[in-house]
Write a protein that binds this ligand. Structure first.
Ligand code: UD1
Ligand code: CA
Length: 454
């Protein structure tokens, strides 16, 4: 697919979604539909990708984040009109142009390659991907001649009773010979039920000119499902999640219950990791080997090393290094780095902090804006007091420090290596290395108290 150019149509509003968000930005398996289609095209070998945007153009452009060229279709006058907007950008292009819809996120690399290869082999001017749908409602129907050639595509709204009985549909995916595409597009009219310029009309126009048009049938209709409604979105979501789970299990990951495990498309998981039910692994998260994750946990954009155990944990935009154990009921917030073999017990929150190797946060801690060394022991209920109501400050805790239970470390403050903090202290001044800080009222016992009260 040396010089393949791909056009992805993504300008429509998606009225049937009943949404303020452009349809192609709705996510499936954690990724915007248009990104799914784009990534599949790129993986299939497409060298240049052009996305046609219109409704919500700025939002779609932002989501694409420079990963494709963008062409604007000012008015949404139909799929044929959308492709026509790209013509000025393809003056130099020769050969094959692939056209995809931004609302078919289930497409696979294999299917696109097959379409392309069969199009090239057939030497056709246009090749359309078709599928046999159990329920073809809403799709354009593929009408074939008695000898089986594709005669035309009829949109659902324009189809007769008999045509609507046809279950072979246009998947909205095509390969065209570039010059033939644009010369036929200039002849497409809009006399139809929707008053739109239909891209599929190119096929019957080319056929009428005696050109060869071709069709490739998908083996599995699921790969071609188009998402037009929230119901379709949920169906696509289910299929993609199942696909991802199967891919992971085949690569050596144990999913205790795939039905209740939700792993986004771009997540990677190392082998011999075991994932318990009700666990979400999202975004750009990567998980190492031999981890035990879940139940009831959520990881979003987290880098997780090998051999990590985490149950009942929510961690996001952070790094959890090798051998860490966490949970239950732990919240690791953005910009945190939890070092090797750290132990985090129950009811602990860590925010924007670095926790050094082997340190222990066993119960009831709030650690915010803290740089903690290695081998530190934080007693139950210890808190870094990082906020004075206006500004945030950092706390530094040296290697092997021992912070007694229920202590407050009022930032900015620094605790030296090997220092001790007496339980119940409120530390407001730096504590040098290997010193003991006691910062609490001295205890006074008063004898015979009941008598004195009288
Ligand atoms: C389209 C096909 C139909 C096919 C189906 C497959 C046409 C006329 N119909 O129907 O034969 O079975 O896809 O899923 O092509 N778009 C634009 N600009 C526009 C209109 C649409 O960019 O002016 C984009 C949309 O954002 C969407 C794609 O084109 O990503 C398809 O549009 P949609 O309205 O969903 O077409 P369907 O009715 O599903
Ligand atoms: Ca559609």
């Amino acid at each position: 697919m040396t010089d393949l150019v791909t056009i992805i149509l993504a300008a429509g509003k998606g009225t049937r979604m009943k949404s303020a968000l452009p349809k192609v930005l709705h996510k499936v398996c954690g990724k915007e539909m248009v990104r799914c289609v784009l990534d599949t095209a790129t993986s299939a070998g497409s060298k240049r990708n052009i996305v046609v945007v219109g409704f919500g153009a700025d939002e779609v452009r932002k989501a694409l984040d420079g990963a494709a060229e963008v062409v604007v279709q000012k008015e949404q006058l139909g799929t044929g009109h959308a492709v026509l907007q790209v013509e000025p950008y393809l003056r130099e292009t020769k050969g094959t142009v692939m056209v995809l819809c931004g609302d078919t996120p289930l497409l696979t690399v294999g299917l696109l390659r097959k379409l392309y290869e069969e199009h090239e082999k057939a030497g056709a001017k246009a090749t359309v991907l078709t599928a046999i749908m159990p329920d073809a409602t809403g799709y354009g129907r593929v009408i074939r001649t008695a000898s089986g050639d594709v005669e035309k595509i009829v949109e659902h709204k324009d189809a007769t009773e008999d045509e609507r009985k046809v279950r072979e549909v246009n998947a909205g995916i095509y390969c065209f010979e570039k010059d033939a595409l644009f010369s036929a597009l200039s002849k497409v009219g809009c006399e139809n039920a929707q008053g739109e310029y239909y891209l599929p009309d190119v096929l019957s126009i080319l056929r009428g000119q005696g050109e060869k048009i071709w069709a490739v049938a998908a083996d599995d209709y699921e790969e071609t499902l188009g998402v037009n409604s929230r119901i379709h979105l949920a169906q696509a979501e289910k299929i993609l999640r199942r696909r991802k789970n199967i891919e992971l299990m085949e690569s050596g990951v144990t999913l205790m219950d795939p039905e209740s495990t939700f792993i986004d498309m771009d997540v990677s998981v190392g082998r011999d990791t075991v994932i318990y039910p009700f666990t979400w692994i999202e975004g750009k998260t990567s998980v190492g080997e031999r981890c035990n994750l879940g139940p009831s946990s959520r990881f979003t954009d987290v880098k997780i090393g090998n051999g990590v155990t985490a149950h009942f944990v929510y961690a996001h935009e952070c790094e959890i290094k090798e051998g860490v154990t966490m949970g239950p009921f732990v919240h690791i917030r953005p910009d945190s780095q939890v070092g090797k073999n750290v132990k985090i017990g129950n009811f602990v929150e860590v925010k924007n902090s670095n926790i050094g190797e082997g340190s222990k946060l066993p119960h009831l801690q709030y650690i915010g804006d803290c740089d903690m060394g290695a081998g530190v022991n934080m007693g139950c209920g210890t808190i870094t007091v990082n906020y004075d109501g206006k500004q945030k400050f950092r706390t530094k805790i040296g290697d092997n420090a021992f912070v007694g239970c229920n202590s407050n470390l009022v930032a900015p403050v620094s605790i030296g290596d090997g220092a001790y903090i007496a339980a119940g202290s409120t530390i407001t001044k730096d504590v040098p290395s290997e010193e003991l800080a006691v910062a609490r009222a001295h205890q006074k016992n008063i004898p015979n108290w009941p008598d004195k009260r009288k």
